[in-house]
Ligand binder design. Sequence first.
Ligand code: ZN
Length: 368
Amino acid sequence: MREERMICGTKRNRSTCKRMRKILFPAVLLAGLLVCGCSDGAQNSVTGVETDNRVTGVETENTVNGTGTDEKTSDQGTEPEEDTPKTSLFLGKYDSFEAWMERRQGSVGFITDRTLLLSVYLEEPDYQWTEEDIQVTNRVKKIAYSFLEEELREKYDTQIQLIYDVEEHEDLLFHIKLEENIPAYVTTEKEREIDDLEDAWIATLPVRELMEKYQADSVGFLFFLAHEGCSYSSMHFIDDGVKTWDESCLLYLRDMYSKTLEYETPAVYAHELLHLYGAEDLYTEADVFSKDTYEKAQKQFSGDLMINTYDVINGKYTIYSDSVKQIITPLTAYLIGVPGVEYPLEGTTELVKEEVGCFSGSTYDRPF
Ligand SMILES: [Zn+2]
């Protein structure tokens, strides 16, 4: 089994939202970089979030070299082996943590999994979180994930279980102190370095204990940065090595493409989380599939959240802080493995999934 894990291990990759926006909105991008105003953005209404789980002293220096995933994943938390029950973990679907790790889907597997989302607030030398800004992200999370729950329940009669509310469950919130700032735009070269950092951050979290406590069979990591940037996701690819297994979203407080640096939107949070379940970007600039496939997808499934997280109104980049305007069409529902949804795209089989909840191939096959 271990050998198999070595072969169908993990790899992470980002979505290509950043590329899309860069291509489509060079002027907006420039303006966004030049203007340093801030906005009222989303109002927060929640108080009393404690930062109990503050993790201090996490050094970034020991995170850049690739310590093996085996070590990393088995070392998560401080659990003594003998204290860990070997049965009835994770809703009984897996016999052990090790058995769970052997699945091909990565840490975030099936859309119907009971999914734990840990919120990790990264404290950079130049950018620290305030209570107020954390509450903003909590509000955006609620809008985004409620949207996903409602959309899937109402349109596809599918109940999803996302456990993410740090106000209700304070042990899902963490702070990690960094020694260096994370750039607003993570380039492909820098991405590998950030991947290693993410692995090291995750290794400091009591993942296994929390999964058991909440009886979760999937776990994802939401890394938050207290400044503007271009959010992206790190997904699991079947054919890549064991170096990475855990799937995560890197979410910035503010949208660097917004002229006034508005808060990152619920649409972006929802879009990024869908990636972890297997959703593909459906905009042409993602450049993974043929142009023809993208055109067919956009024509047959317009309005899908994986095509766009914003509108262009009279040439103006327009985002929404209070709701998600896009929808989950049958194409994305199929890609994330919503039960009973068959492949719906007419005229091409390019988006047919080999296996539900997985990204086939390697991240290195992809053009980003
Ligand atoms: Zn994307």
